[in-house]
Design a protein around this ligand. Structure first.
Ligand SMILES: CC(C)(COP(=O)(O)OP(=O)(O)OC[C@H]1O[C@@H](n2cnc3c(N)ncnc32)[C@H](O)[C@@H]1OP(=O)(O)O)[C@@H](O)C(=O)NCCC(=O)NCCS
Length: 415
């Protein structure tokens, strides 16, 4: 049996591409030498912080300037001028569509919205009180069994993206003992989703706000759920398995789920006058405040900025205005006391509440928005694949002598 490496004496050889090297060089903000950076990334990067885990031409994030680009286009421009369908096309194809391209793409997406009867049956037999992300995970996994096995990868991607909203709406309707609403092909993706939730055609303003939310969530580089999807795809497993895994990763409260907690927190605080005491109490107990902080952004998350600006216009009722005021006060305290900036989750719950989307659907809506990004990454991975298989920094025991069971103590020592 080969001896495990001794981490004390073993020196680490790191091969770096030119791109990786320049990315590392840009990390000089830490005032570290290149050797120190490499040492830190290879031995101490808990949670793979700042580790460059692969190449991608889909999304660029500048965490210091607070910029997010999809295929080179700023999300500020996309949320102003684009919609869900066009953004999905952009992510999958690498360029903005022509009129005809967008028409064909949207028609195909629309035609794939309906979910098979058997899948409706599965979703409506699940316990009504089950977690909505668990139900969505079941739905995506089951879709892999019902979809046409002859579909190309692009068609499978279309089918998954198109049906995410339909599945989430069915899960919601079932929770309330309501008939599942069939999708309409004459509504935009965003409007149709809101329609399937309530059975009523939404206002143009709400449809636009939903479009913006979906665009803002569409991709975010190598975040945990996307990386999960890429790892699964890299084994050459199927696209449904990759997205099922991504849904599972997104369910975790450190990834999706924070916006639901922000809404709970604003309700718990109750009024702007109580913010100071509440937040200072949380900070004193070292609790994390949801909706703040980010692994990559060291300034305001650009998605939060867009939603924060929009919130000034969409909040109307006294309750909404009070929630916004509470959020803005928390924002001011955390910036002053901890130099912590808001992330997208600080404002997305406010927008979803405004559209009548219940809190238990917040993470599933995030999944609907993120699906085009997951699928773009899976397709990119398939197009230039090598199985993703890193190594660990082994810190366990050195070679041990096997002892018979009679000769062992509970700690593995000889009696
Ligand atoms: C997003 C998040 C998971 C990133 O985690 P991370 O990159 O591992 O960052 P860390 O948890 O190591 O935080 C770094 C420092 O900032 C502090 N910090 C980070 N986010 C914080 C928050 N939301 N509230 C209070 N302090 C926070 C940490 O306590 C830590 O301080 P320390 O160095 O004094 O211990 C983390 O910021 C978080 O839990 N935020 C709240 C949940 C949330 O909003 N998630 C949605 C993300 S879009």
């Amino acid at each position: 049996m080969p001896m495990p490496k001794n981490p004390e004496s073993d020196s680490t050889t790191v091969k770096l591409s030119r791109d990786t090297y320049s990315k590392l060089a840009s990390l000089g903000k830490y005032s570290e030498t290149m050797d120190q950076i490499i040492q830190r990334l290879t031995t101490q990067a808990k949670g793979l912080e700042d580790v460059v885990a692969g190449k991608s031409s889909i999304t660029f994030i500048d965490g210091h300037e607070g910029r997010l680009l999809y295929r080179g286009y700023d999300i500020a421009d996309l949320t102003t001028h684009s919609n869900y369908e066009e953004t999905a096309f952009l992510l999958w194809n690498g360029h903005l569509p022509t009129v005809n391209e967008l028409k064909g793409f949207s028609e195909e997406l629309d035609s794939k919205r309906a979910i098979p009867r058997e899948l409706v049956s599965i979703l409506t037999t699940l316990p009504q009180n089950c977690d909505t992300m668990d139900a969505l995970r079941v739905g995506v996994a089951a879709l892999g069994v019902f979809d046409d096995p002859m579909y190309s990868q692009q068609e499978k991607a279309m089918s998954i993206a198109a049906k995410m909203g339909t599945m989430v709406a069915a899960i919601h309707r079932h929770k309330h003992d309501q008939e599942v609403v069939a999708p309409r092909e004459d509504l935009s993706f965003a409007a149709n989703f809101l329609y399937m939730l309530s059975g009523k055609v939404p206002s143009e303003e709400d449809s636009r706000l939903m479009d913006v939310l979906l665009i803002l969530h569409a991709d975010h580089e190598f975040n945990a759920s996307t990386f999960t999807a890429r790892v699964i795809a890299s084994t050459l497993s199927d696209i449904y398995s990759a997205v099922t895994g991504a849904v599972g990763a997104l369910k975790g409260p450190l990834h999706g789920g924070a916006n639901e907690k922000v809404v709970e927190m604003t309700a718990e605080i109750g009024s702007p006058a109580k913010v100071d005491a509440y937040i200072r109490g949380k900070l004193a107990s070292k609790a994390k405040i949801n909706g703040f902080g980010h692994r990559v952004y060291k300034t305001m998350d650009p998605r939060a900025k867009i939603l924060s600006d929009m919130a000034e216009h969409f909040v109307r009722t006294p309750k909404e205005k009070e929630s916004l005021e509470i959020i803005q006060r928390i924002e001011a305290i955390l910036l002053k006391e901890k130099n912590l900036y808001p992330n997208v989750d600080l404002f997305s719950g406010l927008a979803l509440n405004h559209m009548g989307v219940p809190a238990y659907l917040f993470t599933p809506v995030f999944a609907i928005g993120r699906a085009p990004g997951w699928l773009a990454h899976v397709l990119e991975q398939y197009a230039d694949n090598r199985i993703i298989r890193p190594i660990s920094d082994y810190v366990g025991p050195q070679l041990m002598t096997y002892t018979s069971i009679e000769g062992r103590t509970s700690k593995g020592l000889r009696p």
